[in-house]
Design a protein around this ligand. Structure first.
Ligand SMILES: *Cc1c(COP(=O)(O)O)cnc(C)c1O
Length: 354
């Protein structure tokens, strides 16, 4: 959270303004966030999942459609596909970083494919050049789940500017939080009016209420003025926090490159990660996890591969790249709270071997 002497007066003023629902503060946060990523076509939501569900609707995904996606992610990525009534089709991941592999996506395209959903796992940008070229070839929209990738860049531009739809999450544990919330950055400004209706009960709030016709299902997905006020302030304090994630990530990249039985993730030359957490790939992953825990160093798998959940049973298929990545991945903290002493201790404990 931003410093209390800055945050609390502005929070108090919005809380007692008589306008705590969706209003000017939300529009202001959308504009500030858009300026930060370099895409002015942003819609704010009460969660990243709500933004993702709306992106799928705006992309034309509906009942019975297929969405090509990854099983190596947090559950909301793929639950949103079920929310839209569609069927997730798992493409395989690159075993070197857990991100979707463009060749595998191409092999999953069918006449029922309606969209491609890409995750930047742990903050490492997926190969957007190849994926967007492939999507253009098949005329498919690309939706990015950038919940881990605020501040990451690809081909010199911020994540949020490359595809038809890019979702960000502001829940408690992301790079930046509004307590809860999400943002959808869109390529085509023509979708924004429908997006605003979908997030507010299908109602066009600009029209007189009794003159409005609800002609498609809408949801209660809007952001409110209170969380938007927090978001606008958080943005002002974001750059040094993001810079520390990235500096810690690069420090670990340098330290672990030479370690036997261990490798950092690899990514394409156009990608510049924002290191939400730091993923190492270890031959003896469980041994490394025990070693780190014994020395008081946080470590985890963070996510269960989604194809192991029974709710996704009908999507089952062989994913050898994911098998390989999932057996080796271990995530350790590299966020703004990891100081010089902590990161030196982590690398020193790892260098001792396990
Ligand atoms: C956090 C997260 C989400 C969901 O975001 P919410 O704001 O919690 O709804 C979606 N996808 C990924 C990969 C996430 O980590």
């Amino acid at each position: 959270m931003a410093p209390r002497e800055v945050l609390l007066p502005r929070l108090e003023s919005v809380l007692y303004s008589g306008q705590i629902g969706e209003g000017d503060a939300v529009v202001d946060f959308e504009q500030r966030f858009g300026a930060t990523i370099g895409n002015p076509h942003c819609l704010a939501f009460n969660s990243g999942t709500a933004a993702l569900h709306t992106a799928l609707i705006l992309a034309g995904v509906g009942a019975g459609d297929e969405v090509i996606t990854t099983a190596m992610t947090a559950e909301p990525t793929n639950l949103a596909i079920l929310h839209a009534g569609a069927h997730p089709v798992w493409a395989d991941v690159d075993p070197g970083n857990g991100n979707l592999n463009a060749g595998s996506i191409a092999a999953c395209v069918s006449p029922r494919t309606r969209a491609i959903l890409v995750v930047h796992y742990g903050g490492i940008p997926a190969p957007l050049g190849a994926i967007n070229a492939l999507a253009a070839r098949y005329g498919l929209p690309v939706i990015e789940d950038a919940a881990h990738a605020l501040g990451a860049r690809y081909a010199g531009q911020a994540i949020g500017t490359h595809s038809d739809f890019v979702m960000f999450s502001f829940q408690a544990i992301k790079h930046m939080t509004t307590v809860d919330g999400g943002m959808l950055a869109c390529r085509d400004p023509a979708v924004l009016a429908r997006g605003r209706r979908v997030r507010w009960f299908g109602i066009d709030r600009a029209a007189p209420r009794t003159a409005v016709d609800v002609h498609e299902v809408g949801y209660k997905y809007h952001m409110n003025n209170v969380t938007a006020t927090i978001g606008a302030i958080q943005l002002e304090y974001l750059p040094p926090l993001l810079a520390r994630h990235i500096d810690n990530g690069r420090y670990f990249d340098r330290a672990f490159g030479a370690e036997a039985g261990l490798s950092p993730c690899l990514w394409d030359a156009a990608a510049a990660p924002s290191y939400w957490f730091y993923t190492v790939l270890a031959d003896d992953r469980d041994g490394l996890a025990r070693h780190l825990s014994a020395h008081g160093i946080a470590n985890s798998l963070a996510h269960r591969r989604n194809d192991q959940h029974s709710v996704f049973r009908s999507s089952q298929r062989d994913l050898p790249g994911l098998d390989n990545f999932y057996a080796k991945m271990l995530h350790i903290p590299c966020g703004w709270w990891v100081d010089d002493e902590a990161r030196a201790y982590i690398t020193e404990v790892i260098a001792r071997g396990w």
